[in-house]
Design a protein around this ligand. Structure first.
Ligand code: NAI
Ligand code: MG
Length: 495
């Protein structure tokens, strides 16, 4: 049920391998497993138990029982918040181990996991812990004949399905608001990155959450994920992942009319106007597409540049990528970019690069695999110019360190190009003209707009998309709404 592991940075830990149900690690019913691969070395790290539909049933039953149990249900918001703070503190105590696991399993740089991802978990848990006793209803004055008020109630059992690009943070974004509102949870991790949250599972027990409040399972999407989405004992599904899977989930959830929140794909534009600070634009354009190996739903993967500053911008952007995007072993301090998470993602990104070439775009940087010591799913940061808006590399989500740059002439054209997509997650724009900045921000069809930055997300600010980028919001105060019912109580005061 557990194994001793060690990483190249010398850290050793006991890795749980089971399904975490009712605060215990258990085998899957048929003992099936998923092998977790280290994308740097292409070697197996270990295998974890993978849930069957029967196991999902057990996890849901545990969550249902916990939802009704006084050990959870009768806690005050203040007490729930205290448990969440305890968990945040334990995550902080285990930060180095968690960052090590994340680096090993996902391939992201250790320094990023330690300085950005683990702190995000702590921040999100504490933020929603603070809300746990401040999320209450209203008294609605309708005159003396009636006393009316609302209660905010938890939804019940929440099924949460997360992807592999931010295993710890995506889990925290989901657990934070769900627990804050008093729900119970069955969280299904991504099969590519099953390890870090199993370690957190142990901390959940240690923090003192009653059994069954948080259940964490690994399993295949089509088996365990689908069983969770279809389960009649699940009241809500929250999903982050691809748009295609999001649509399937929406369909499956309709059978029992589950409440759903979806955070899916994107092809977010970044507009550089002729009056932009080009150094600032180059710096954020780099962050916007090359961070996290380009595996970000909000990645600004389409850069639209005014024709007057196009050549100048491309030169400065290319220089930034060459300077900062050091590809290498994610445990090395100097590494900015590690491997893609899996061979499948690596193949997918390379096939998009090939399609860009075939459709006639120009590669000004990268465009090829970059194995380290002959191994790993590494891809050189890739910049395409001479891109036409109908090309696949301009239209489809690549989810890798690969960006397409196009030219525009007028503001109208920039907005038209930005909105000419089925997606609507993020958008960035660079200008020194204050009036234009806010005007364009309103015109762009996106859930989030960054003015003079990109991907500068914050746990206190709502996150989510429009169009086919999703439904609902996570983070901020807005992130609470998808996790509670508003119950209206009418009291007749007339004789
Ligand atoms: P995916 O959307 O298929 O997987 C995400 C999660 O959904 C995983 O936990 C998976 O097990 C689960 N899942 C898959 N099929 C399911 C089903 N039928 N029912 C219930 N759960 C299911 O994404 P995948 O295959 O890992 O990546 C493919 C592409 O999706 C990427 O190249 C990228 O473009 C996009 N993606 C977007 C993400 C985002 O943050 N918006 C995150 C991960 C992937
Ligand atoms: Mg892995």
């Amino acid at each position: 049920m557990e194994i001793e592991l060690a990483a190249p940075n010398g850290r050793k830990w006991t890795q749980p391998l089971g399904l975490f149900i009712n605060n215990e690690f258990v085998k899957s019913s048929n003992e099936q497993k998923i092998a977790s691969i280290n994308p740097t070395t292409e070697e197996e790290i270990c295998s974890v138990f993978a849930a069957t539909a029967d196991d999902v049933d057990k996890a849901v039953a545990a969550a249902r029982k916990a939802f009704k149990d006084p050990s959870w249900r009768s806690l005050s918001g203040t007490e729930r918040g205290a448990l969440m703070v305890k968990l945040a503190d334990l995550v902080a105590q285990h930060a180095e181990t968690l960052a090590t696991i994340e680096c090993l399993d996902n391939g992201k740089p250790y320094s990023v996991a330690l300085k950005e991802n683990v702190p995000e978990v702590i921040n999100v848990l504490k933020y929603y812990a603070g809300y746990a006793d401040k999320n209450f209803g209203q008294v609605i004055d309708v005159g003396p004949a009636k006393f009316a008020y609302t209660l905010k109630e938890p939804l019940g059992v929440c099924g949460q399905i997360i992807p592999w690009n931010y295993p710890l943070d995506m889990a925290a974004w989901k657990l934070g608001p769900a627990l804050c509102c008093g729900n119970t949870v069955v969280l299904k991790l991504a099969e590519q990155t099953p390890l870090s949250m199993l370690y957190v599972a142990r901390l959940i027990k240690e923090a003192g959450f009653p059994p069954g409040v948080v259940n964490i399972i690994n399993g295949h999407g089509r088996e365990a994920g689908a069983a969770l989405v279809q389960h009649p004992g699940v009241d809500k599904i929250a999903f982050t992942g691809s748009t295609a899977t999001g649509k399937e989930i929406m369909k499956m959830a309709s059978a029992t009319m589950k409440n759903i929140t979806l955070e899916t794909g994107g092809k977010s534009p970044l507009i550089v106007f002729e009056d932009a600070d080009l150094d600032l634009a180059a710096q954020w354009s780099h962050i916007g597409i090359m961070s996290n190996q380009g595996q970000i739903c909000t990645a600004t993967s389409r850069i639209l540049v005014h024709e007057k500053v196009y050549d100048e911008f491309v030169g400065r952007f290319k220089a930034k990528v060459e300077e900062i995007s050091v590809v290498g072993d994610p445990f090395e301090e100097t590494t900015f970019q590690g491997p893609q998470v899996t061979r499948a993602q690596y193949d997918r990104v390379l096939s998009y690069i090939k399609s860009g070439q075939e459709e006639g775009a120009t590669i000004v940087l990268g465009g090829e695999p970059l194995p380290q010591k002959g191994k790993g799913f590494f891809i050189a940061p890739t910049v395409f110019t001479n891109v036409r808006p109908e090309m696949k590399i301009f239209r489809e989500e690549i989810f890798g360190p690969c960006v397409a740059i196009v030219k525009f002439d007028t503001e109208e054209e920039a907005i038209q190009l930005s909105n000419d997509t089925t997606y609507g997650l993020g958008a960035a724009l660079f200008t020194k003209d204050l009036v234009r900045a806010h005007r364009v921000a309103r015109e762009i069809e996106a859930g989030m707009v960054w003015i003079n930055s990109s991907n500068d997300s914050d746990f206190r600010i709502p996150f989510g998309g429009v169009k086919q980028s999703g439904i609902g919001r996570e983070l901020g105060e807005a992130g609470l709404a998808p996790y509670c019912n508003i119950k209206a109580v009418h009291v007749n005061m007339a004789a």
